[in-house]
Design a protein around this ligand. Structure first.
Ligand SMILES: O=C(CO)[C@@H](O)[C@H](O)COP(=O)(O)O
Length: 235
């Protein structure tokens, strides 16, 4: 029995291959999933499998309600429970990406949001890309991956906020991004890493750099529509 449509399997495989193509991870430090909400499952990259070796048959089907593997002998990515937390919290998302991309991880390790300093950032994200609080010792000890997902949901907020801000940095860890489908979630990961690098270089040139509110708002609303929620965090 195969799980997930042919289109979903193809999209999740393609999205995972985009991670090394875009230089978002070394070795296997990244993973993408995509959801079939009607079937109540998502497909995720298997743990530890090299991107070059990855095929559609390797993708691991996971039950959305329980987190249990539905078929096959491969283990799902260790981050599966984080992905699942997003799918349960935000009905509008169709794909999740996690990477250890260098510049975004630098902000996560520094405990800093990625500041909104330019239109490249404003086109996609409705404000600074937030870094979460650190997980407590108990959260780390009990279920690190599920609690990682929960702390991101706590940081971002509801479905509308997740659509307007499809990225977050887990303190001392790295970026998670999401979107309406697996490919979009990786594209948001690519943009997250690009604006992290731009911000680092901008602040090195001018620590006082800022972007006028009217410029950032114009660009965000141009892409997301005049009624789009703007301003992060939500009032
Ligand atoms: O964030 C982590 C580990 O800190 C993971 O993303 C690993 O870097 C990749 O694990 P698998 O997806 O291969 O299980």
């Amino acid at each position: 029995m195969t799980y997930g449509s042919k289109a979903l399997r193809r999209a999740v495989l393609r999205a995972n291959k985009m991670i090394p193509e875009a230089g978002l991870a070394q070795l296997t430090w990244g993973n993408v999933s995509g959801i079939d909400r009607e079937a109540g499952l998502y497909l995720i990259k298997p743990s530890g499998v090299a991107y070059d070796d990855l095929t559609e048959d390797h993708l691991v089907p996971v039950d959305l309600a329980t987190g249990k593997v539905l078929a096959g002998d491969l283990r799902p990515s260790v981050d599966s429970e984080s992905h699942r937390a997003f799918y349960l919290a935000w009905p509008s998302i169709g794909g999740v990406t996690h990477t250890h991309s260098t510049n975004a991880v630098a902000f996560a390790q520094a405990g800093l949001d990625i500041p909104l300093l330019g239109t490249t950032h404003a086109d996609t994200f409705n404000g600074p890309i937030p870094v979460t609080r650190g997980l407590t010792a108990d959260e780390c000890a009990t279920d690190y991956e599920l609690n990682t997902g929960r702390v991101i949901v706590e940081t971002i907020g509801d479905d509308a906020a997740a659509e307007a801000m499809p990225a977050a940095l887990v303190a001392n860890h790295g970026p998670f991004t999401w979107g309406s489908d697996p490919i979009k979630s990786v594209q948001h990961g690519i943009i997250c890493e690009a604006v992290a690098e731009m911000a680092l270089k901008t602040l090195a040139l001018n620590p006082a750099a800022v972007i006028p509110q009217h410029l950032q708002e114009r660009h965000f609303k141009r892409k997301h529509g005049p009624g789009a929620y703007y301003g992060n965090p939500k009032p």
